[in-house]
Write a protein that binds this ligand. Structure first.
Ligand SMILES: [Mg+2]
Length: 390
């Protein structure tokens, strides 16, 4: 079997936020072969979707055409090491998208699910958590209550909002009010995870875990960027709340120091950014040896979720999957559904999905207008005019 074509797609989804319409672009790949088998992958990277698509095109035309798609490890090493310049979110997202498409082809070639090629079915269904918003603590409690009624056993929200004053005490107070509103409303019936999007200093994160410990928080996520493992390690050792991180770490090499320094209780590799399906399995195996569980990052679209689910199905230290609010159902012909907080394991060959190319053609790329109060991408500003850390 030989690869005959590598095509990148950059459709976009229309969304409403802050009373305006904006566009959320995504990046997909389809790899065709001379035996009529095609595979699909996703490499959506916010604000860099066209860049990743170009990287996919360069890897496709420059390396993959004419190659046997089943030699996945060899192609991964060639794509990762072969261009001299390695690493970073753009290159790794392009490689991840392509690698997932190769696994999709492999599954279809052997007429079985990808998880059956990676150790077999370890669990029967995949537990998911859903993201919940809320501009006020009361609104957050309403949304958590709704998630509980929908059958979820876990949900995640932002620890605090934009914190325009930039004062630590304001952010901490807001985080406490949000946790209190949830626990007052639903007790401990649902796991609550808090994401910080890397906005804290070490001092702020130490304060947060102290203040919020009594609210039974399941994990505090990405208190600051995971680049400084010594700071994360210090926080993890002192924190009564489990520390989760890893959505912005790439490849097994990016996670190595995290395990060496015992810098997190839970890791969140993103299968469409960290290097792909097999790379996530390798990172999960490193985590398993360190008694660390894995909750794959996936706020993206249906193809990314299908990729994550194949990994979750065959990974013993899998904890829970992000993505309960399935985005981009329009991308595929028979979308997955969440039933009482779980997604059934797909049984169709490969990733178990089929792209709807007509629907994709109907939603071409559109640049999103800046949103009020927000600049490029998702940046926001403080009262003094400085940038809010993201
Ligand atoms: Mg996060």
């Amino acid at each position: 079997m030989k690869i005959t074509e590598v095509t990148a797609y950059t459709p976009c989804e229309e969304r409403q936020d802050l009373d305006m319409t904006y566009y959320y672009p995504l990046t997909l790949v389809k790899i065709d072969t001379d035996e009529g088998i095609s595979g699909v992958g996703e490499g959506t990277l916010e604000t860099k979707c066209l860049t990743v698509a170009t990287c996919i095109k360069e890897l496709g035309d420059g390396y993959l055409l004419g190659k046997d798609p089943l030699r996945i490890e060899r192609h991964w090493q060639a794509m990762y090491r072969g261009s001299y310049w390695t690493g970073g979110p753009v290159i790794n997202s392009a490689i991840s998208a392509i690698e997932a498409a190769l696994w999709d082809i492999a599954g279809k070639n052997y007429n079985t699910s990808v998880y059956n090629l990676l150790g077999g079915r370890y669990r029967d269904k995949i537990k998911c958590y859903t993201g919940v918003g809320g501009a006020t603590p009361e609104e957050l409690a309403d949304n958590v209550e709704r998630a509980l009624k929908d059958g979820y056993t876990a949900c995640k929200t932002m620890a605090f909002g934009e914190n325009p004053s930039g004062r630590t005490i304001d952010a901490m107070e807001e985080a406490e009010q949000r946790c209190k509103a949830v626990r007052d409303r639903v007790g401990d019936k649902i796991d609550l995870m808090l994401d910080c999007h890397g906005r804290c200093s070490l001092e702020e994160a130490l304060g947060l875990v102290e203040k919020l410990a009594k609210y039974n928080v399941r994990w505090l996520e990405e208190p600051f960027f995971a680049e400084n493992m010594d700071a994360l390690s210090e926080l993890r050792k002192k924190s009564k709340i489990p520390i989760a991180t890893g959505e912005r770490l790439y490849t097994k090499w990016g996670f190595r120091e995290l395990f060496e320094k015992q810098a997190a209780h839970i890791i969140q590799p993103d299968p469409i950014h960290c290097g792909g399906i097999l790379e996530t399995k390798k990172i999960a195996a490193m985590a398993e040896a360190n008694y660390v569980n894995v909750a794959p990052h996936c706020p993206y679209f249906h193809v990314a979720l299908a990729i994550a689910i194949q990994i979750d199905a065959c990974t013993p230290n899998f904890l829970i999957q992000e993505g309960g609010r399935i985005r981009g159902k329009w991308l595929v012909k028979e979308p997955f559904e969440v039933e009482k907080g779980y997604i059934k394991l797909p049984t169709k060959p490969g990733l178990g999905i089929e792209l709807d190319l007509d629907a994709i053609a109907e939603r071409p790329y559109k640049p999103s207008p800046p949103r009020p109060g927000r600049g490029y991408g998702y940046m926001s500003y403080r009262e003094d005019g400085s940038l809010n850390p993201r």
